[in-house]
Design a protein around this ligand. Sequence first.
Ligand code: PHE
Length: 345
Amino acid sequence: MTNSENVLNEKLKKIESEALAKFQACQTSKDLYDSKVYFLGKSGVFTEIMKEMSTLPKEQKPLFGKAVNEVKQALEVAYSQVEVALKRAEAESRMDDEKIDLTLPGFDEVTGHQHPVTLVIHEIFSIMERLGYAVRQGPLIEKDYYNFEALNIPADHPARDMQDTFFIDKTHVLRTHTSPIQIHSLEGERPPLRIIGTGAVFRCDSDISHLPHFHQIEGMCVDQKVSMADLKGTISFFVREFFGTGLKTRFRPSFFPFTEPSAEVDCTCPICKGKGCSLCKQSGWIEIGGCGLINPKVFEHANVKYPEWQGFAFGFGIERMAIIKYGIDDIRLFPENDLRFLSQF
Ligand code: PHE
């Protein structure tokens, strides 16, 4: 054996025992893997020693190569054994950490509730759909034209004082009622029409029976012969279906620039049953909205021929209807979203 062969063999043995000791000492599979890369990897210790083989005389190279390969194989085997042991230990400790106590009580399922306003809207839709009404929508921010002008409320008309308006800019407002939906429908569809629209409306107003942000439902029927009797019949049917038969309704003559003649619809106060209380301002009645025959001026704005086409419209406050239906005594409970209130519906 030559001197250089001797040196290399010694080196190989040293590496082998070092690697074995290192593998055995590893505490984690990550450490183990890193050690494997250090010894057996592409630019690891073994690659280095293979390079040194070129210093050996030609006839000794195969023998030494064989020895290197044997050591390498032995190390691979040792590596696999340690790896299996470490992985098993790691899996066991993970399972200990993630142990689930199956005897613990479960979590309660909390089911959501539909808001009473949503409940009322869905119910109104289902009643009106039976009468052939189709659902329509309109924007919350309206052009002054749709909220006022086209509904026969010109800029200098005193009726504008009826609704304290939130102005966005000179020509845009937060809609103060759902009646602009009438105009969108008249402009975009051909009569005969039966539509029902709903959504939020906004007014500078707030007390026990008024909210600055509330919801309305708008109904409109346009056909060849439409009378006040059709209007009363439709609303009476609707109110009876919605509230049940125990409730009285009355129509009071009123004024709206977009209907002629106009009326207001009242229902018996559900809190005092008509005796008088703070909610109904001692009158025994709660007003739910307005109605009337569509003013020919409105048809004129929308280019619908009158009297060939005639119609009626109504607009009701949804929170008011919910108050009556569920006997709620303060309208300000609706936007608060207190779960104790909402979960009762
Ligand atoms: N838009 C009216 C209001 O908000 C209600 C109404 C609608 C009246 C349709 C007549 C016809 O008070």
